[in-house]
Design a protein around this ligand. Structure first.
Ligand SMILES: Nc1ncnc2c1ncn2[C@@H]1O[C@H](COP(=O)(O)OP(=O)(O)OP(=O)(O)O)[C@@H](O)[C@H]1O
Ligand SMILES: [Mg+2]
Length: 254
């Protein structure tokens, strides 16, 4: 009998990440032995309290944080000890990141920020497609505006437009709806869902329960560990596993 094996898009295996926070203060273990595997077309949310290691997990998957132990695979390449240049090559093969520092060039018009990776890669430029994705994200009236003149939430959407313009194999997004209102959040989540449906793996760090429940799988982080994986999470499960800051503030039972 032959079994069909689906190659993972990315994985972390018993990954430890530590940071030296300052002179004489010792090191913080941001990740303590985290393992998980991401498959093509999966929509994964990463939830948990502030400081639990969500961003660190994303940075490890992207190759931006070098583990002190464990193994990180990204698009079939072991990047655990890879040099920066090798990691950059893997990224060009199909990794899209939306991190808090958005990698946008502030002085460029937003449409040029969308086209920038394709210009670097010397791919064919499709202006019409770029205009289309910016319109989908509610930025149709801002096409020629310098990126620096947009709000934080608008710039987050430009970063997403760049990804939708040329969908990568995997998207790693850290709080991509953090600066958005409910309506824009819904719009952006819909785009992530469609991306995943078309085969892109999406790993989304979020405090937003609306985002958390849309995922196929939620990774619940606490104190640098992956304490739970919930398939098809419900709001109830997410609230119980990882109370959002607003929820715990609202409850405030002392
Ligand atoms: N560059 C750094 N230098 C030192 N310590 C760091 C650094 N980045 C993160 N840490 C520490 O590692 C731990 C995990 O941080 P991380 O940013 O992964 O948390 P998070 O779950 O993303 O939190 P938040 O929801 O607030 O963004 C925290 O204790 C944090 O203080
Ligand atoms: Mg974070």
């Amino acid at each position: 009998m032959t079994a069909t094996r689906i190659d993972p898009t990315a994985s972390v295996h018993d990954v430890w990440v530590s940071y030296q926070a300052g002179k004489g203060v010792g090191s913080t273990h941001a990740l303590r032995g985290v393992s998980t595997t991401v498959y093509p077309g999966e929509f994964i949310s990463v939830v948990g309290p502030s400081g639990s290691g969500k961003s660190s997990l994303l940075h490890a998957l992207a190759g931006f944080a070098r583990p002190v132990d464990g193994q990180v695979m990204l698009l079939g390449t072991d990047i655990t000890r890879a040099r920066q240049a090798a990691i950059a090559r893997v990224h060009r093969r199909g990794v899209g990141v939306i991190f808090q520092s958005l990698n946008l060039v502030p002085s460029l018009p937003i449409i040029e920020n969308v086209l920038l990776p394709s210009r670097f890669a010397r791919s064919r430029i499709d202006q019409g497609r770029a205009v289309g994705v910016l319109k989908q994200l509610g930025l149709g009236d801002r096409l020629g505006h310098r990126t620096s003149t947009l709000s934080g939430g608008e710039q987050q959407r430009v970063a997403l437009a760049r990804i939708l313009y040329a969908p990568p194999t995997i998207v790693l997004a850290d709080e991509p709806t953090g600066a958005l209102d409910t309506a824009s959040t819904g719009l952006v989540l819909e785009q992530f869902r469609l991306l995943a449906r078309s085969g892109t793996s999406v790993v989304l760090v979020t405090h937003d329960l609306q985002a958390g429940v849309q995922a196929d799988r939620a990774l619940v982080m606490r104190d640098g560990q992956l304490v739970r994986e919930i398939h098809q999470p419900t709001t109830q499960q997410l609230v119980e596993s990882a109370p959002a800051p607003t929820t715990s503030e609202a409850v405030h039972d002392g």
